[in-house]
Design a protein around this ligand. Sequence first.
Ligand SMILES: Nc1ncnc2c(CN3C[C@H](CSc4cnccn4)[C@@H](O)C3)c[nH]c12
Length: 229
Amino acid sequence: MTKLAIMGAMEEEIEPLLSYFDNIKITNYADNKYYEVNYNGLEIVIAYSKIGKVFASLTASTMIQKFGCDTLLFSGVAGGINPSLKIGDLIIADKLCQHDLDITAFGHPNGYVPGGKIFVETSNELREVAKKVAQENKLDVFEGIIATGDQFVHSKERKEFVQEKFNADALEMEGASVAVICDSLNIPFFILRAISDVADMDAGFDFDEFLKSSAKNSANFLIKIVEQL
Ligand SMILES: Nc1ncnc2c(CN3C[C@H](CSc4cnccn4)[C@@H](O)C3)c[nH]c12
């Protein structure tokens, strides 16, 4: 019996998902709230981690190790890097990396530490479900590399660094940490984002304007995927 974790980072990323459910049981744990629902014969645990890699790691680990989830889906927004990604567009991650992980002083590549790997791949099976759902719903979904770092990127320089070092198509602040947790605990996972800005000098303004609508784009697509699980 699948027990599904649905995660976001911000309340605005999860609120559109919670509105699909009733009979929600709330558990307070480790300075956070975990929402449990039953939907379509699935047990689902929903939470937003709060912003950044550390909070996202805590929430992903809690959903798996305390709540017993065996599959994890992430829904949220991201900054676009690939010029073909416009605000509102959907991207699913093939693999993720940490653009701010840096021990290059010791000759290691950006994003690498001993015992780790630069890129963590998402579940191919879950990506295939998502692409089938996208096709059935005539939705355009971009597949690419997502880079994660503990900073809101709002400069051409940092955006170009992330693109050059990792060939990343989008960036955010939680996905790669969720990826490391799920990969280490052998839990299939899927990272879905909708573009809220393009990580340039206007990113802050665009983010404020498009967070809600882009978060809804991502949530609406995620629910369609959940219905196929
Ligand atoms: N350009 C970008 N760089 C890095 N990350 C992103 C994202 C994805 N999310 C949104 C949010 C921004 S910080 C935040 C936002 N609002 C209030 C407080 N913190 C953080 O959870 C990462 C969208 N655009 C990004």
